[in-house]
Design a protein around this ligand. Sequence first.
Ligand SMILES: NC(=O)c1ccc[n+]([C@@H]2O[C@H](COP(=O)([O-])OP(=O)(O)OC[C@H]3O[C@@H](n4cnc5c(N)ncnc54)[C@H](O)[C@@H]3O)[C@@H](O)[C@H]2O)c1
Length: 335
Amino acid sequence: MITGALGYVGSHIAVLLSKNPNFDLFLIDNFENSSKDTLKKIKFLCKSKINFFEMDIRNSLTISDFIKSKNIKTIIHCAGLKSVKNSELHPDEYEEVNVTGSYTLLNSFINSNNKKDELNFIFSSSACVYGKPVYLPYDELHPTNPFNNYGHNKVSIENMLNKKVRQTDNLKVVSLRYFNPVGAHDSYLIGDRPSGYPENLMPIINEVAKNKSSKLEIYGNDYNTPDGTAVRDYVHILDVAQGHLSALKYLFNCKKKSYEVFNLGSGKGISVLELIDTFQRVNKLKIPYFFGKRRKGDLPEYFADTSKAKKILNWSPTKNLDQMCFSSWKFENTL
Ligand SMILES: NC(=O)c1ccc[n+]([C@@H]2O[C@H](COP(=O)([O-])OP(=O)(O)OC[C@H]3O[C@@H](n4cnc5c(N)ncnc54)[C@H](O)[C@@H]3O)[C@@H](O)[C@H]2O)c1
């Protein structure tokens, strides 16, 4: 069962897993940040019959009935609210959907199954959990010290999952800390489609490329980085989806209860200017930009150490920045 399956990350996982005839896939979403149109595209890409159910993770009765009736033993939990800005404006709503929602989902999962059934759970966490770097690259042992409500939500959920594993004999959990997923599916039918004006750099570059009259504001060019602009770790969405398949295999092979955390990133720091240059070169267009002030809460630089995922999950990113920029823009133009 994939929650938030019509969203950016969930839809790519759904399409990837649909290629494996051994999985019976159940997709759920409440359309909070997704559309019927995406559902149509997922159905088209999956070819096989997709089992979709409109459902809210906070509704414990419906979720419990569903888990029992479909005999769900594995959940990939992508449902949630993801705007850092809105998490500051609406902290209670974020706490309710993200933290209480995950708690409700996990409890329903445990209570709707037998104590002897092996239960597998994968959670969409974020690099936001780390906060100001004590050292770089961030590895999974780096202290967690987020500085926005969204990051605090992720830490609360991770702690809750870890505690539940300690209390439950038949539960195995992996939290995947994504860095900055970008790009789109090879069909260019599904990709990142934020509602409202985007907050993340790649969708903003797409917006500027579409709307030729606007200019991209770069928040700060006086950071202590090679070209003065902020450095981030970008990872292709197809690699992120593949990371879930690797985590599933790991959980299926794991014979005792466990809680593990893995970074999913490229392991490379890319500056805002490098990203813009690559986007312009690969897509043969100009992105007009200007330098503004630093944005409150932005870190100068962060990127992942991905050696744990490589060693234990046998996962490494396969797609480079050119491919990320190409597919991101191609998706934008394949509507
Ligand atoms: N995209 C990123 O940059 C990124 C980075 C790190 C972590 N994450 C995390 O990954 C997960 C998926 O992110 P995404 O980019 O696909 O976001 P998204 O908004 O595209 O997808 C989330 C999906 O969850 C659904 N949803 C929201 N509340 C729900 C509820 N109460 N019940 C059922 N469905 C609900 C939405 O309709 C949406 O389809 C989120 O938890 C997000 O915090 C995303």
